[in-house]
Write a protein that binds this ligand. Structure first.
Ligand code: NAD
Length: 312
């Protein structure tokens, strides 16, 4: 049986695990809100970057969670979250202090639900609270936060969420926020691919890329990619949004697997999952997700067999 916690409030201690592109600014915002943040990351350079930004780190996960009111995980995927929560020393420390575990990574929904059941048997409470908004909104403390789990635990975490985001959407039971996040990123990935392909075709036709983006943004083709990605990260050549291509591929695959687990196969989701997986394999190494444009541009040559004439 798990014990409900009191509301977590500054200056309570919070373990923050995963100090990457998103985790670092999120941990900073919690510290700025008065929480005693103990950062931990398996990668020494990530720990060093957080220290350089004024944060405090521990040398082990165990030290980070010992006696903490909450443990926030901001890790690449749910398999890594699960692996960390299988360390017996870590789990008993969490249970002893009645630490609320909050998985803010974009993990797989059924995996999260199963993990929650296993942890509940060990007197550990878990909620899922993935985010949207990217590195920019993480820095600004303006993330959209989806949250799944029991009402008491969600309520206990409300001050943490206030320091990180400007909207909180309860989505239902544990795992439901991870389902919502995967579906959001499917829609986001499809919008980015459509905008990129429109730019590639329009460019070949002779339209100016900036004009294409301006027209889309004033028209019904407008989406998040046309508004905050195309000029900023693609046309500029910067490709530095801070969200990795492999992570986007993982999210779209999670959405496809969710549909399969529900006994469904949707044509455009299947297409999108395959496309992102192929791009991830082709563009080896750490790549920004906006580099899908480069992948599509290269792929566009493979099927070019001259202008087609369509009667209208
Ligand atoms: P990232 O790769 O920059 O950071 C992940 C961090 O986790 C790294 O610093 C890594 O060293 C650390 N890590 C990996 N394994 C670990 C372990 N076993 N123990 C401790 N630390 C470990 O990734 P990110 O972009 O910060 O994304 C984190 C999560 O947030 C992902 O699930 C991602 O899908 C999601 N997300 C990212 C964005 C974005 O714009 N970057 C936006 C929304 C959601």
């Amino acid at each position: 049986m798990t014990t409900p916690s009191k509301v977590i409030a500054a200056p309570d201690a919070v373990a923050f695990i995963g100090l990457g592109q998103m985790g670092l600014p999120m941990a900073r915002n919690l510290a700025a809100a008065g929480f005693e943040v103990r950062g931990y990351d398996v990668t020494p350079s990530a720990r060093d970057a957080y220290v350089a930004a004024g944060g405090q780190v521990t040398q082990s996960l165990q030290q980070a969670v010992d006696g903490a009111a909450a443990a926030i995980l901001m890790l690449p995927n749910g398999a890594i979250v699960r692996s960390l929560l299988q360390d017996p020393g870590v789990v008993s420390a969490i249970a002893a202090a009645n630490t609320l575990v909050i998985d803010m990574s974009s993990s797989a929904p059924f995996g999260t639900a199963a993990l929650g059941q296993e942890l509940a048997a060990k007197a550990v409470r878990l909620i899922d609270a993935p985010v949207s908004g990217g590195v920019k909104r993480a820095r600004e403390g303006k993330l959209a936060i989806m949250v799944g789990g029991d009402d008491a635990s969600i309520d206990a975490a409300r001050h943490l969420f206030e320091a990180l985001g400007n909207s909180v959407f309860p989505t239902g039971p544990l795992g439901s926020a991870h389902a919502m996040k995967a579906l959001n990123n499917f829609v986001s990935s499809a919008g980015l691919v459509a905008a990129a392909e429109a730019l590639i075709i329009g460019g070949r036709f002779g339209l100016q890329p900036e004009v294409i983006v301006d027209v889309l943004n004033a028209s019904s083709g407008r989406n998040n990619a046309t508004e905050v990605k195309m000029k900023q990260f693609v046309l500029s050549g910067a490709y530095n949004s801070g969200f990795g291509l492999a992570l986007m591929s993982k999210d779209v695959t999670t959405a496809a697997e969710l549909s399969h687990d529900l006994g469904m196969k949707l044509p455009s989701l299947e297409l999108m999952a395959g496309l992102w997986a192929q791009a991830s394999r082709t563009l080896a190494g750490p790549r920004d997700h906006t580099e899908i444009y480069r992948y599509l541009e290269a792929a566009s040559g493979e099927v070019a067999d001259g202008p087609s004439v369509t009667a209208d």
